[in-house]
Design a protein around this ligand. Sequence first.
Ligand code: NAD
Ligand code: UDP
Length: 311
Amino acid sequence: MKRILITGGAGFIGSHLCTRLINEGHDVICLDSYFTGSKENVQHLMTNPHFELVRYDVTNPYYAEVDEIYNLACPASPIHYQYDAVKTVKTSVMGAINMLTLGRQVNAKVLQASTSEVYGDPIVHPQTEDYWGNVNPIGIRSCYDEGKRCAETLFMDYHRQKKLRIKIIRIFNTYGPNMHPHDGRVVSNFIVQALKNEDIALYGDGSQTRSFQYVDDLIEGMIRMMNTEDDFIGPVNIGNPHEFTIKELAEKVVALTGSKSKFIFKPLPYDDPKQRQPNISLAKEKLNWQPTIQLEEGLIKTIDYFRKIVI
Ligand code: NAD
Ligand code: UDP
């Protein structure tokens, strides 16, 4: 049994990670400011004596004797990370420093939940980990992209300079139950609109692409990464390489919900990446991991979840 700290544990991905690690018999501390996460996401764990929920902002130093730290705290949807852009940078950068410092104090291994956004609007396609990206440093997505890039830098420097044990994963678009119905991301938006028979809003002409990963696959990859030998630190892409246009996603959601929704088109947000697909050769080789849940199966599970919470 390990003592594990999960920052951002009450969010979408964090709540699945808490559940999985508790089910494996570990002691879990879930740290969250509830900016985008909620107690409801982890309510089912509250009576478990191995689970502790702490309201805390990772921009402040934190101390607890733990063996492993998963650093997930950071808003992930463009609407939320742009709401207070300065705070987003602080969360990424100061949160990373605080968790790396804690890692040093208690000799814990620290895993950073980085993102495909470090590749920006990628020119190399599919994206491999050795690609340095095409990121606008002064745009409206920069608070998130550059915050996450700086966090990766800090992780690498703590490893090189202070010999800390670290792991970096770059997560590609992930969806599933516990996504906030109004968090503005494309999968949740389309499902909620479809279930309510409202217009489905495609930004731009819907020809931009993303590769969607079901959350259970991500959690498996994340835990495998944490458990690798100390000499493998990443970064490693964790995503599903099946690439879809946003219009194809909308069509699938409509078909699977039996919705009467119509498509409407809204302006494409500034700096919206045109294409995104992970090359997962490294994850296959080092983690013996690849996604097992394809889009239709994952969407059915996610739609079931939203049917229960969307009025
Ligand atoms: P989410 O918004 O549901 O979860 C983020 C959690 O962090 C929330 O519970 C939020 O309240 C908490 N948080 C935010 N700022 C905080 C702060 N200052 N102190 C403490 N807690 C704070 O998003 P998610 O999709 O679950 O993303 C989790 C992590 O995975 C993020 O770091 C995100 O960048 C990364 N990621 C997610 C995706 C994706 O597709 N979902 C893709 C790439 C990377
Ligand atoms: N998008 C859309 N309609 C929506 C929400 C998003 O067409 O209601 C588009 C968005 O412009 C982007 C893609 O879907 O091209 C994925 O958006 P999301 O915010 O989910 O993730 P990210 O852009 O961070 O990959």
